[in-house]
Design a protein around this ligand. Structure first.
Ligand code: SAH
Length: 233
């Protein structure tokens, strides 16, 4: 069933993403410019966010060409994804560029900022490895793609959700690096909501697709913490 994309379709795709890309670049440049007056924590957050985007872009491009054969997206999933985009992908940049949320600033001791900064290292490593190990099976939403395989190796050998583990580290570090209730801390309850609503649906989808192979994989792994004692597979 793998039809190649029609030329008109791919032109539409390209022109359709041109404006969002342009807005994205403008927001990025404005935030970068605003960082002249930024703290070390904010600069670290910004660099880290650019690295995360750079890790993801090739996968997003590749992913667009893989046909979706099962899509479990619902209204809650769409709403929480949108809320995550606002809390992680928009508000921090607006704050760094304009300081409109400065009324909601708070101040933490410098060791807290350092904890957030150091956390970026394992976070970026895990984010990169989970994308590399998932390969063409990655998708931003709850989808099964054509030729989807169950990945049980690499960082998936001991935990089922290493990418969400990396995002958890990033989300928990954001309020330490951007010390503002709106641009920094808001992302924590938003991701918590996404995490608790998405995991059961994602695991049910994987069970439906991979059956007993997923059951034994599940038994030998932890969710976001690596399972140290592995059961028999
Ligand atoms: N929850 C995983 C993957 C996030 S990306 C993690 O945190 O690392 C989301 C998509 O990845 C899901 O929609 C599903 O299609 C796919 N996926 C999740 N776990 C997978 C696995 N072990 N093997 C293959 N695909 C998987």
């Amino acid at each position: 069933m793998s039809e190649t994309t029609q030329p008109q379709e791919s032109i539409l795709k390209k022109t359709g993403s041109f404006l969002p890309n342009l807005i994205g670049i403008a927001v990025l440049l404005a935030a970068g410019y605003g960082l002249r007056h930024g703290s070390l924590g904010e600069i670290a957050w910004f660099i880290s966010a650019i690295c995360m985007t750079a890790i993801r872009i090739p996968h997003s491009k590749q992913n667009q060409n893989n046909e979706i054969i099962d899509d479990k997206k619902d209204i809650i999933e769409t709403a929480v994804l949108f809320a995550m985009f606002i809390a992680m992908g928009l508000l921090p940049y607006i704050e760094l560029a304009t300081r409109v949320f400065s009324f909601a600033d708070y101040s933490l001791p410098s060791w807290a900022m350092m904890v957030g900064l150091i956390a970026q290292v394992p976070m970026l490593w895990l984010f990169w490895r989970s994308h590399a190990d998932l390969g063409k099976n990655w998708s931003p939403g709850l989808e099964i793609r054509e030729d989807h395989g169950l990945v049980t190796g690499g960082v998936y050998a001991r935990m089922r959700h290493p990418m969400y583990a990396a995002i958890w580290i990033s989300v928990l570090a954001q309020p330490l690096l951007i010390q503002n209730w709106i641009a920094g801390a808001l992302v924590v309850p938003v991701f918590l909501l996404m995490y608790v609503t998405r995991i059961p649906k994602e695991e049910a989808m994987m069970r439906e697709t991979f059956g007993e192979s997923y059951d034994s994989y599940k038994a030998s792994t932890g969710r976001v913490f690596p399972k140290l004692s592995r059961g028999s597979r």
